[in-house]
Design a protein around this ligand. Structure first.
Ligand SMILES: O=C(O)CCC(=O)C(=O)O
Ligand SMILES: [Fe+2]
Length: 299
């Protein structure tokens, strides 16, 4: 099984009008990817590789600094910004059964924006909203149904976050047993947009139980369903487990990626969109708090 590549030209960010029949066609393609594997590559979205590279370059300059220069920017030191800031290597275990992930990250909470230009965040926001519209059409729902829940991206009552990830060179002699660059997990919110650098390692668990590679395909963005969206769609769309493997022993590469974790507005009540009661209603804020506290071991 492969992750499909869908051409998004007709609804590219540069296009101001699109025919309904084209949206229906895109909806059909997205629906089949998200029901079968939960991941899709989109090409011709309007977010350029140059724009992505620029953000990765700025991020790398930050990550390559000595720890004492990064320390003042660590997460939770910014007032009013919950998780904004730097996360050091081995701090998070996305799979709690494994040692800490061999990655560093910088969280940019969209309303606490500093290292990334506002325009860059806006293009991520706009593309996310277009994808959410097409997803609703694919499910045969009212096109705006998911958009009503994402009115405040960039505001304080929405925790959509751009995360710049840096995976430093791995010293195979120091690696702990079972340690990975990023342990097995699913994402928490509605959808995630991932831009990867050239170095591979990302794998997705397919419904048949095997991990399939999700390499960088230049010029594309990888989009996946997250847990709250799976719940919202009564499990029609799959929030697939994924992970990032270590490089082969002796390979001293570094890896970079940018993940835009889209979340609904905190006070939005998520109920199953097919009208069923498969999952009880929950506000996005309560659900995300529960999941993030779990990750940070505070449960
Ligand atoms: O680095 C990547 O390619 C993906 C990382 C990821 O899945 C995550 O941070 O949730
Ligand atoms: Fe993830």
């Amino acid at each position: 099984m492969n992750i499909p590549v869908i051409d998004f030209s007709l609804y590219n960010l540069g296009e101001n009008s699109v025919l309904d029949e084209h949206l229906v066609d895109l909806g059909r393609q997205l629906k089949s990817s998200f029901t079968e594997i939960g991941f899709v590559y989109l090409k011709n979205t309007g977010i350029t590789p140059e724009e992505v590279e620029q953000v990765m370059d700025i991020s790398k300059t930050f990550f390559l600094q000595p720890v004492e220069l990064k320390f003042p920017f660590r997460s939770k030191t910014f007032s009013n910004c919950r998780y904004h800031g730097w996360i050091s290597s081995e701090t998070e275990s996305l799979n709690p059964d494994r040692p800490g992930d061999l990655k560093e990250a910088f969280n940019v909470e969209t309303f606490c924006n500093d290292i990334v230009s506002t325009q860059h965040l806006q293009s991520h926001r706009k593309l996310s909203l277009r994808v959410l519209r097409v997803m609703a059409i694919g499910l045969g729902l009212e096109p705006e149904v998911f958009l009503h829940a994402h009115r405040h991206i960039g505001g304080e009552k929405n925790r959509t976050t751009l995360r710049s990830l840096y995976y430093p060179p791995v010293n195979s002699e120091l690696v702990k047993e079972g340690q990975l660059r990023c342990g097995e997990h699913s994402d928490y919110g509605s959808i995630t947009l991932v831009f990867q650098g050239q170095i591979g390692g990302l794998q997705v668990l397919s419904p048949s139980g095997e991990y399939i590679p999700a390499p960088c395909i230049p010029g594309t963005v990888l989009i996946n369903i997250a847990d709250l969206m799976q719940r919202w769609t009564s499990d029609h769309f799959i929030s697939a487990i994924h992970r990032v493997l270590l490089p082969p022993a002796g390979d001293s590469n570094t890896r970079q990626s940018l993940a835009f974790f889209v979340a609904p507005d905190d006070d939005y009540l998520i109920t199953c969109c097919d009208g069923s009661t498969k999952y009880p209603a929950v506000t996005a804020g309560d659900y995300l708090n529960y999941r993030i506290n779990d990750l940070l071991g505070k449960k």
